[in-house]
Design a protein. Structure first.
Length: 80
């Protein structure tokens, strides 16, 4: 199942499938290591849902909800 990073719940994991967005936003995400194939863990969300803290490539990264909505992931089912 695919969904946007901004829709993830705390503790959910996924693998990045694609990154969309305008040139500067997309380039910034790529520069931070948000690239297809990377595994992501949703660590925290602010009370109003913005910003989000994720774990990617062994470091914590904070993203705005607008940036997170540009990232589509394949959800990793923990129950398997």
């Amino acid at each position: 199942m695919q969904k946007k990073l901004s829709e993830f719940k705390i503790g959910e994991r996924g693998t990045i499938v694609k990154v969309v967005g305008e040139g500067k936003v997309r380039r910034r995400l790529f520069d931070m290591g948000v690239t297809p194939g990377a595994e992501v863990l949703m660590r925290k969300k602010a009370p109003l849902g913005d910003p989000l803290e994720i774990n990617i490539r062994s470091y914590e990264l904070t993203l705005r909800k607008v940036e997170a909505s540009c990232v589509t992931l394949e959800v990793i089912d923990e129950k398997r």
